[in-house]
Write a protein that binds this ligand. Structure first.
Ligand SMILES: [Zn+2]
Length: 140
């Protein structure tokens, strides 16, 4: 993901991303948000849902040690899918994560339009819309 997009997410949801300051051997968040730009709105929406659960449903202060129990340890894409890992999750958080992963499977990782998951030219599985899939082919 573009550095400025990632920086904005870190700034808006520091309680979810604090593990990025840990060394690599303690948290894979050290490597940052390893997903494409087209999925940023979905990740942002997920962050907001998780925050709402912490504040509204669980009544936690986001700066408290209790809230910090629920943090991302890794956000990456694999085989055209979003994979998020957290230190802890509640059932409501798990639902929000499942929803986000479902949405990603239908969202172009390049531009955020409706897309589908296919095997890319490189042999990697990618999720792209028809236009971006074409662009990839033409820019070979
Ligand atoms: Zn696209």
């Amino acid at each position: 993901m573009r550095k400025d997009l990632a920086a904005k997410l870190y700034a808006d949801y520091p309680h979810l991303f604090w593990q990025r300051s840990l060394p690599r051997n303690q948290s894979s968040m050290h490597d940052g948000l390893c997903i494409s730009d087209g999925w940023e709105p979905i990740l942002r929406q997920l962050c907001q849902q998780l925050t709402n659960i912490l504040v509204n449903d669980m009544g936690l202060d986001l700066a408290s040690p209790d809230a910090k129990q629920y943090a991302f340890t890794q956000v990456k894409q694999k085989l055209g899918e979003l994979r998020t890992y957290m230190t802890n999750t509640t059932p409501a958080m798990k639902n929000a994560i499942d929803d986000a992963e479902d949405k990603v499977a239908r969202t172009c990782e390049s531009c955020g339009e409706q897309g589908s998951t296919n095997e890319g030219l490189s042999g990697y599985i990618v999720t792209l819309c028809a236009r971006c899939a074409n662009d990839t082919r033409n820019n070979r």
